[in-house]
Design a binder for this molecule. Structure first.
Ligand SMILES: [Fe+2]
Length: 331
């Protein structure tokens, strides 16, 4: 006869095993986004789900390369990219899993790639900054290509070494072709476009009256405005579909090799929910990527109608952009 004790022990072990398995569910995220932006959200996710998140921070490109080198043995379950280009690189390397329909269905098509192997978590728009006290907004150009006209000679600032600018040039190559893009770069330079180190210096130069217009990201202006109600710089959007209105995104992809697919999907879903979306809007003035959240519908309406029609996976092709910028003596 089997004793009670001999039944009890195996049952106890099974119970402990299942308990420890659940309690120790853990995922690893490689994050090209800053700790300041990621940590508060991850803490909230952990508190809600009981899933532990380990994070390796680094540069977006550096982490994408690490994932490719690690191959199927990568400890990463999730890649959180600062821009669409690196997600496109992992997609073309066949490293990312196709996300479930209910995830991709949350976002407008502009905020996922056609294969649904990644989703945006927030967006940032390219805009033309101008000082409303110095420039009559009705004279502002309909296209980024018009900035090569004589009336803007020596009046436009840009930041050729800046990653967002380079993504925009890559987008221009994808939508207009290499030849037209190279020609635009040359003509801008010939028209006296002034190079700055970064977006903040462009805005300072506009304020100082050194230049009148600047190619930058929308949130630099929103950020400055929030600290100063009298701030005079505004964002101009080009005509509908102009590549000068590119929206680049930060986003998430799940590795095919992940053994924690359910937990990884829960993580992605969390970043598309109100708590996270509000956080990106409030903390860094980025655009939300899902509808029905606070001001998000109004904000999305203002950008989705005018953004160029582009597969953001194409932003992956940075090497050729860098070569082009060197050829034209901009780097
Ligand atoms: Fe930035």
């Amino acid at each position: 006869m089997v004793s009670r004790r001999s039944l009890f022990l195996p049952a106890l072990f099974i119970f402990l095993f299942v308990f420890i398995e659940l309690a120790s569910a853990q995922i690893t995220v490689y994050s090209g986004r800053n700790r300041a932006l990621v940590e508060p959200l991850v803490n909230q996710f952990e508190a809600e789900t009981g899933i532990n998140v380990r994070i390796r921070y680094g540069g977006t490109t550096q982490l994408a390369v690490a994932i490719m080198e690690e191959g199927r043995r990568s400890p990463a379950d999730i890649f959180w990219s600062q821009d669409a280009g690196a997600l496109g690189a992992l997609h073309s390397g066949d490293i990312l899993k196709v996300l479930p329909e209910h995830i991709a269905a949350t976002l407008p098509p502009q905020f996922t790639n056609p294969a649904n192997t990644w989703v945006a978590t927030s967006g940032r728009a390219r805009v033309l900054a101008y000082d409303k006290n110095n420039v009559d907004s009705s004279t502002l150009p309909e296209s980024v290509f018009d900035l090569t006209r004589p009336e803007w000679r020596g009046k436009v600032g840009w930041a050729p070494a800046n990653a967002s600018f380079q993504s925009f040039v890559t987008a221009m190559r994808a939508t207009e072709g290499d030849e037209r893009t190279r020609e635009w770069l040359r003509q801008m330079k010939a028209n006296g476009a002034v190079a700055y180190n970064n977006n903040n210096s462009i805005l300072q130069a506009i304020e100082a009256g050194e230049i009148q217009l600047g190619l930058t990201n929308h949130y630099y202006i929103d950020r400055a405005k929030s600290g100063n109600p009298n701030y005079g710089i505004e964002a101009h959007q080009f005509g509908a579909g102009d590549v000068g209105n590119l929206i680049n995104v930060a986003g998430l992809g799940i590795l095919k090799s992940s053994k924690q697919q359910d937990e990884a999907i829960a993580f992605v879903a969390f970043m598309l929910r109100e708590y996270a979306q509000q956080f990106f809007m409030n903390e860094v003035f980025e655009y939300p990527v899902t509808t029905g959240i606070g001001d998000s519908d109004r904000m999305l309406e203002s950008i989705l109608g005018i953004t160029p029609d582009i597969n953001l996976d194409a932003l992956n092709d940075l090497d050729e952009t860098l070569r082009m910028l060197r050829q034209t003596d901009l780097l």
